[in-house]
Design a protein around this ligand. Sequence first.
Ligand code: HSE
Length: 423
Amino acid sequence: MKALKVGIIGFGTVGTGVYKVLQSFPNVEIIKIAVKNINKKREIENFDNNILTDNPYEIVNNPEIDVVIEVAGNVDPTFDILTTAIKNKKHIVTANKELLAKKGSELFKLAKENNVIILYEAAVAGGIPIIMPVKTILCANKISKIAAILNGTTNYILTKMSEKELSYETALKQAQELGYAETDPTGDVEGFDAAYKISILSTISFNKKVDINKIYREGITKITAQDIKSAKELGYTIKLIAMGQVLEDGKIDVRVHPMLVARKHLLAKIDNATNSIMLTGYPVGDLVLTGAGAGAEPTASSVVGDLLVLSAELESSDSPLPQAVCNHSEIADQIDIGETYNEYYISITASNNPGAIGIIGTICGKNNINISTIMQKGINEDNTAEIVVITERSKEADVQNALAELLKSNNIKNINNLLRVMN
Ligand code: HSE
């Protein structure tokens, strides 16, 4: 069997993990690794620095290389580097969710024209095998729903807020000190990372191109210790959920936002940095896949897995993995958040006046919102009270109208938070 010759772009945590795992596969020969800083000290035994370059184009223009492994991240300049690789007839294995979410259509079109393929198991949920299963063994299914925890950093922060009754700021700081959250945590805590992943997963699951710009996205920065406490008292835990579903009329609902998840729900039990994906399809029914969504070794499992599948296919056929080719001509008709239906958690600060709860009930009623639970616990020192409302299934636009109306009332001091609920 001829050795597969690869170039690796990016040599951080994931790149180093891939390098180490590949040492057990003599049939894969690493020709070059592109890094930012050639002189950086690397903690790898018997490592020869001559394999390094600081010019990724030396990899994508090298005629000897068959496959480019891209684990550098970012859209710019990675998009240009990978388009050059594809035009030079190199297959791609990538973990770059942002690039695929923003530029996937262009890359896959170019790959088709050049008869090469792009594999990206590591781009969604790190070590959990989900892309290849959806594109191969689950292809008999009509997938109708995905609900998932796709970001380990936010799940870690929310777990610590819940376990230790910490504020968001304290939990974030601790997560940064322990290396779970980055110095600039925006990509994770504002839900961008999860949105990239659910756009990729929804596109391949529903067989329609989902537009990342039309995904409603809300992060976890507004979740307070009080929200977590109230949720707990009501039997829920708060999680950042990435979801996608096909509605009865064929429209597609894809979004990322924190949710109150009922304690009995499987996703409520997924703690710390673990990821989990619940998928519903016909005829398979419900599936749950749980595992590490990040980290050197779990991510290397997916990258090297893609590479070995590709290697085996290249040995046996000239047109590898027809199922793995991503070609979505149909565009998803994505609905706006205002058109969605959910159960809601609404935290309200009201004046401690007779009739304040009555006003909430009246305004909800006027806007077609049926309240299922209402909770007030005592009175604050400033003579206000926190009132928590859980609603039955309501239209988001109606809920937004009700909140605007509530804020006009003298008895309502603040809407502290609005979260959606999953039972
Ligand atoms: N930063 C991501 C997470 C992993 O926290 O899950 C890479 O996408």
